[in-house]
Design a protein around this ligand. Structure first.
Ligand SMILES: Cc1ncc(C[n+]2csc(CCOP(=O)(O)OP(=O)(O)O)c2C)c(N)n1
Ligand SMILES: [Mg+2]
Length: 367
């Protein structure tokens, strides 16, 4: 999907308007209870409030390393992860906070990780780009552009090898699609019929450049070169994300078939907080997205139409999400830093085990 310029000011004002989602009747959405719909909405709000709270902490110098915010893309992670069954897996790049919350991680260890504290989800060693929760089938959080894609393909290989009916969703940005390793992974996934979805979160920009300036052709369509099916969908309506990914996931699980899913989305903030974001895009474009396609506003409007959300409930969810991110900051502030000795731990699995049992197949040997 190539990015088009924003619509004119006259046409954009009502695009976030209260009009029913054309994907509400998709079976996977029609089957949702009211509580499940509210939960989807709540997760998107929690992601946004968490990330908004990260920003002042970063600016106060308490967070080391990078901070890539997911604000604007929430419907993608929430929609995708809401479809996960027990044998499904998720892996993503460095813009990983949204997926972490979407799979069910607690925001306290997430915030503590940013602070480099021992109570962080990666014991303070990973920071923003390296959130992990193996117990929730969440395999990170990776800083090398495209590096997670061969790993995600390996997750799918393991699922197939173990004879399970699951699938792996390997997320990447539009810029990552140009990496050689991505194409090596596409090739093997197609050759071996692996149950993997390569999910491109196309936010239109890489680092300091746009898709148009850096990538030839339609990104999703590159799947065709490998005889892989591809899907293209909007990422502003969580119902649309769910409807598209449900079809792709069901096919992956049932037929052990890979696919590429390109999702049109947008990030409001710079590439990372170090990116002043003033040279490569127009302010008006950001404002246009905010006004017309904001995923939280789109879904809020939808759920008000469905009479699932009321103004009081919207307010309550928002207040609770803000309070949650405040509690996460308090937790992180009060937590200790790792000791000097901790730096040697959790580096090599074998070193931490009293008796070496690994044969280099740890994941594959799991039941
Ligand atoms: C192999 C490699 N090359 C370059 C970088 C520097 N880098 C970090 S993010 C990025 C842009 C990636 O953009 P995209 O895939 O669209 O993801 P987005 O940031 O939009 O989520 C680049 C070039 C890197 N981390 N790894
Ligand atoms: Mg991008």
């Amino acid at each position: 999907m190539s990015k088009k310029s924003p619509e004119s000011a006259e046409t954009k004002s009502d695009a976030c308007a209260v009009k029913p989602s054309t994907h509400a009747s998709a079976p996977v959405n029609a089957a949702l209870s009211n509580a499940q719909r509210i939960e989807l909405y709540r997760k998107m709000v929690r992601i946004r409030r968490f990330e908004e709270r990260c920003l002042p902490v970063y600016n106060s110098g308490k967070i080391g390393g990078f901070l890539h915010l997911y604000i604007g893309q929430e419907a993608v992670a929430v929609g995708a992860c809401s479809l996960m069954g027990k044998d499904d897996h998720v892996i993503t790049a460095y813009r990983d906070h949204g997926h972490a919350i979407a799979v069910g991680m607690d925001t306290k260890p997430l915030m503590a990780e940013l602070y480099g504290k021992i109570t962080g989800c990666s014991k303070g060693k990973g920071g923003s780009m390296h959130y992990f929760a193996p117990d929730l089938n969440y395999w990170g959080g990776h800083g090398i552009v495209g590096g997670q894609i061969p790993l995600g393909t390996g997750l799918a290989y393991a699922v197939k090898y173990q004879g399970k009916k699951g699938a792996a969703m390997a997320f990447m940005g539009d810029g990552a699609v140009n990496q050689g390793a991505v194409h090596e992974a596409y090739n093997l996934a197609a050759l071996w019929d692996l149950p993997v979805l390569f999910v491109i979160e196309n936010n239109g920009y890489s680092m300091g450049t746009s898709q148009e300036r850096s990538s030839a052709g339609e990104l999703g369509k590159r799947a065709e070169a490998y005889d892989m099916k591809f899907y293209i969908c909007g990422g502003h309506d969580v119902y649309e994300v769910r409807a598209t990914l449900d079809a792709a996931l069901t096919r992956a699980r049932e037929q052990s078939k890979p696919a590429v899913v390109e999702i049109d989305t947008y990030r409001y903030r710079g590439h990372s907080v170090a990116d002043p974001d003033k040279t490569y895009r127009d302010r008006a474009e950001i404002e246009d997205y905010r006004k017309t396609k904001d995923p939280i506003q789109v879904f809020q409007n939808q759920l008000v139409l469905e009479k699932v959300l009321t103004p009081a409930l919207i307010e309550e969810i928002d207040a609770e999400a803000r309070a949650e991110s405040e509690r996460a900051v308090e937790f992180a502030e009060a937590s200790p830093f790792p000791t000097a000795a901790d730096i040697q731990k959790d580096v090599y699995w074998e070193t931490d085990q009293p008796k070496r049992t690994s044969e280099g197949r740890i994941f594959f040997n799991q039941p």
